[in-house]
Design a protein around this ligand. Sequence first.
Ligand code: FAD
Length: 672
Amino acid sequence: MVDFYPTSHKLDPNILNKELYNTTDLELQYYQIRLQWPWRKGDVHAWGWVLFIMGFMIIYGLLNWHDIRLDRRRLEVAIHNRRNKSGKRMKMPERSLYDRISTHARSFAYHRWDWMASISIGMSTLIIAGFAYPMLYVFTQRPYYARDPTLGPPPLAGRAGMIAVAMIPFIVALGMKVNLVSLVTGVGHEKLNVLHRWLALLMFILTIVHAVPFLVEPVVNDGWPALKAKFASNIVYWNGVAAFCCLFWLCIASLKPIRRLCYEFFVHIHILCGVGFVAMMFWHCNNMLTSWHYLFATFAIWIGCLLYRLFFRTNFLRAFHGEQVYFTALSNEGVKLTIPTTLRWKAGQHVFIRIPGISLFDNHPFTVASAAEKPEGEINDLVLVFKPQKGFTKRVHTISRKDPDASYRAYLDGPYGGLSRKLESFETVLLIAGGSGITPIIGHLHELATKIRAKEAVTRDVRIIWTVKHFEAFEWFKDEISRIARTMPRNSLLVQYFVTQESPVPLPAFPVSATRSWPQTPHTPQTPMTPMFVKAEPLHVVREIPDEHQYEMNVIAMGKQLGHERVYVDQWGNPCQQPDSNASSPIESPTMMDMSKLPPLGDEVLLEFGRPPLRHALRDWSDGFGKRTCVYVCGPPSMKVDVANAVAEMQSDIWISDEREEIYLHTESFGW
Ligand SMILES: Cc1cc2nc3c(=O)[nH]c(=O)nc-3n(C[C@H](O)[C@H](O)[C@H](O)COP(=O)(O)OP(=O)(O)OC[C@H]3O[C@@H](n4cnc5c(N)ncnc54)[C@H](O)[C@@H]3O)c2cc1C
C-alpha cells in the first residue's frame, strides 16, 4: 500500500471546513485504505497547474531572452566592424541550431486560419495545451465521487476547484496592461488578452465541474430535500453561487459581439464584477487548503499593477492637470491628435487617452505615430491618428470638423506594448500596413531612419507596403514618409502604395516616380488593376509614348486624386528647380515635365491598384531579403492571415539556403 499520508500525522483543523467535513484522522485512514489521494493534500492539484503554466512562461522567456541577446550581439558586431574598419574585426554570430529549430517551429506556429484570423496556430496550440492539461488531470483520475460525504468534497470537485482557484492570479495578470508575463515573454498585453479570455473560459468550465458534484451527490444519495437542506444550512453553497454568477457574467459579456455593443460599459462592469468575484471567492474558499494563497496573490498582482500604472505610466499624478491635446481634421475622415508632452515612448507603442471634456469614462488606446526624438525631459509631439468608429472617436471626429481650434485637457496612460526585438538588427525590414495600421509603422520608420543615419543599424533595406481604400488616405502620412525617406541613404527605402477601392485612373504604363523596381511575380494581377508604376527606368522613356497628349491628361487625372503640390523632377525622377517659363512643354522636354500631384518624389515609390497579392507574392519578393528579415504587419484580419501564412511558408527557404538565417514575423493588433 502506498503511504500517501502518515496516519500518525495530526490534522490541522483550521485548514478543513469544519462546517462541512469531518476533521479527524479518520479521513486519512479512509483514503489510505482505498489508495486515494486524501482531500487534505488537494493543494497538490493547484501546484501542478502552477508548475505547468510557469514552465511555459520560462520557455517563452528564455526564447525571448535568446532573441534579444542575439539582436544586441549582431548590432554590437556590426557597429564595431563599421567603426574599426582597419582594426580587428568581430565575428557575426553564426547560424545556430536554435535558428534551425525555430524555423521549423515558426513554419507551423505562424500559420493562421481565415476563420480565426486573430490568433495564430502557435497561439491556438498553446490554448489547446492549456485546456488539455487540466481536463486530463481532472477527469483521468478516479474516483469522481466514491467516498463518505463527510470526508471531504467529491474528489472530482476538489481537483477542479483547486486548479480553478490557482488560475485566478494568472488570469488577472494576463488582463493587466503592465504585467510580469509581458516583461518575461516580450508579448504585449493586447495579445495576452486573448489568453486572459481563454483561460477565464477554462476556469469557468472547471468551476462547473467543481459545482456539479456538490449538487448531484446529495440528490443521488438522499433526494432533492437533501440538496435543499445543504443550501439551507451552508452559506458556502450560497457564496459559491454568487461567485459563479459573477464569473458567468465576466465570461459571457467578454464575447466579442456583446463586448462590441458598448465597450466602455463592458469594461467598467467587467472590473466591478471582477472585484465581486474575487471577494466572493475569498468568502467561498474560507481559507481551505492553500486557496487563499492564490487569492492573496491575485490581490497583490492587481493592486501592484494598478499602483505601478498610477505612479509610472499615467500623467494623473505626474502632471495633475493633464496635458493639452490639439485636434486636426485629416482627409479621408481621419483625425490627428497632437499632444506636446515630456512622456517618453518607443516606436510601435500605444497609449490610452482620456479626454474628460469629451467623455469622463472613455479611455482609448492608440498607437503613437511619432518619435520621441528630443532628449529626456524635453517636450515631444505625441501624435495619434485614427479613423472614427461609433463612440468616442466619432465625437472627436465631429469636434475636429466643427472647431479646428479646439483643444482639450487629456490624460495619458502608457506607453504600453511595442516590439521586443530590435528592428535595426535585421538586414531587411518589411513593414506592411492596411489603412490606419500605418501608425505604428511611422514610429518604426522614424526610429529606424535615425539608427541608419547614425550608422547604428544592420538594416540595409526597408520596404513599406501601405494599402488604403481611397487615395486621400495617403495624405495622412505621405509627406512624413517622404520627409523621413529623404534622410535615409538612397535605395534603402522602397515604398509601395496600394489603392483598393478607387477606380484606377488611366495612367501611362511607364515609370513616373519609381527609381527601383519591385520584383514582379506571376501572381501580380494582370487585370485592369495591373500596377501602374512597375519598372525603374529613367524618365526619358516618356519619349517612347505614342500619344503624348494622352500622357499629360493622365498625369493631371492622377494628380487630382493625390493632391500633391507641384513638383519638378530631373530625368532621374529627382526633385529639381522649376524650369523657366520659356522652357518647352513637358512632352517635348520630358526631363523637365510637370509632375504635379504624383506620389512623393525622391523616395522610391510605387503606386499600384488593387489588393496587394501578399499571400503569393511575398515569397517571390523575398528573393531580395537579407540574412535576417523582419516582416511587420498591422492591418485588417485578412491581411494578417495572408502575410502570416506567406511568412510561415517562407521558413522553408531558410532550411535550404545558407544565405538566410531568420524571417521573423510580428503582427500588431488594434483590438482584442
Ligand atoms: C493597442 C491598440 C492600438 C490601437 N491603435 C490605433 C491607431 O493607432 N489608430 C486607430 O485608428 N485605431 C487604433 N486602435 C483602435 C481604437 O482604439 C478603437 O478604434 C477605438 O478605441 C474605438 O473607439 P470608439 O468608442 O469610437 O469605438 P466603438 O464604435 O465604440 O467600438 C469600435 C470597436 O473598438 C473597440 N473599442 C472601443 N473602445 C475600446 C477601448 N477603450 N479599448 C479597446 N478597444 C475598444 C470595440 O470593442 C469595437 O470593436 C487601437 C486599438 C488597440 C487595442
